[in-house]
Design a protein around this ligand. Structure first.
Ligand code: NI
Length: 290
């Protein structure tokens, strides 16, 4: 083996030093890149990408917005359209109502369609479902729909003792108020089952219905559509259920068809305000012109 000459050793050392410097530069670049990603994720620097609407908020995006409520892009208070009650009085009115919601997929679909159509409806929501999808409840209220109570557990209220009855109504009202900032002003007893005890405990008018296309049992959009269209009259309260795809399909056809017939869509509150009002405990089926 030949001995290495000193200048050969020096060149090797130089090459080694060059490699170290390259490695250091690489490490600094990686470090900077990681830091940038961290800063962007923490939201310290605002990016050009728009804030996703609350209905599309998923587990992945909630991680990045831990300090933010998913609905900060929308007003906290209920923004029902201004009531021109005198203007409504002589119009052909119909109140579409949707029971048992919210159901994340179908209620979101329905809300998107209602927004597109500029139509307000009334939701009779069930407490246990509200707990599951609070952002949908906030959205419905923020978009001017009436969020009303369909009790907490969807029990037949006429079969409950006074304490359970008060709980079913009171807990739902409190939950809706917590989410929307407004206590519900209407209650629909499950199955339409009510008696003097339910009327006394309600604290709001009891809203039943005058048109029931039985959408929940047929699960047939065609039937629901034609039953509503064949029977609807001024002042009707139409019962539908936004738990089911077929019911939302039907609503997507009912609304344009009724618009064509000259109907104005109102919430239950608007219908009552335009047609004589109602007291707590009153049972309301419809409100045709006096
Ligand atoms: Ni129901």
């Amino acid at each position: 083996m030949r001995k290495k000459r000193p200048n050969e050793i020096r060149t090797k050392k130089k090459r080694l030093r060059g490699k170290w410097i390259a490695l250091e530069i690489l490490m600094i670049c990686v470090g900077l890149a990681l830091l940038t990603v961290a800063v962007l994720n923490a939201g310290w620097i605002s990016t050009a990408s728009p804030v996703p609407p609350p209905e599309t908020t998923t587990e992945s995006s909630t991680a990045a917005t831990t300090t933010e409520e998913p609905t900060t892009t929308e007003p906290e208070t209920t923004t029902q359209p201004p009531l021109d009650i005198d203007g409504l009085r002589d119009k052909k009115l119909v109140a579409l109502t949707f029971d048992d919601s919210p159901q994340r997929t179908q209620t979101t679909r329905l809300l998107d369609f209602l927004k597109e159509q500029d139509v307000r409806v009334t939701f009779f929501m069930v407490g246990v479902n509200v707990k599951d999808a609070p952002e949908i409840v906030r959205r419905a209220a923020a978009e001017g729909h009436q969020v009303a109570s369909h009790t907490y557990n969807h029990k037949d209220l006429t079969k409950l003792g006074p304490e359970r009855l008060a709980q079913e109504i009171g807990d739902t009202a409190a939950l809706i108020e917590e989410l929307t900032g407004a206590r519900p002003t209407a209650m629909r007893p499950p199955y339409g089952a009510q008696n003097a005890a339910v009327q006394a405990a309600a604290g709001t008018p009891l809203i039943l219905w005058s048109i029931d296309p039985k959408d929940w049992s047929t699960r047939d959009a065609d039937k629901s559509y034609s039953r509503v269209l064949a029977n609807v009259r001024d002042g009707d309260i139409v019962l539908l259920h936004d738990l089911y795809r077929e019911s939302v399909d039907a609503a997507e056809r009912i609304i344009p068809a009724l618009k064509e017939q000259g109907y104005t869509f109102v919430t239950v509150d608007q219908l009552l305000a335009a047609r004589g009002g109602a007291k707590p405990g009153d049972v309301v089926f419809n409100r045709p012109r006096g």
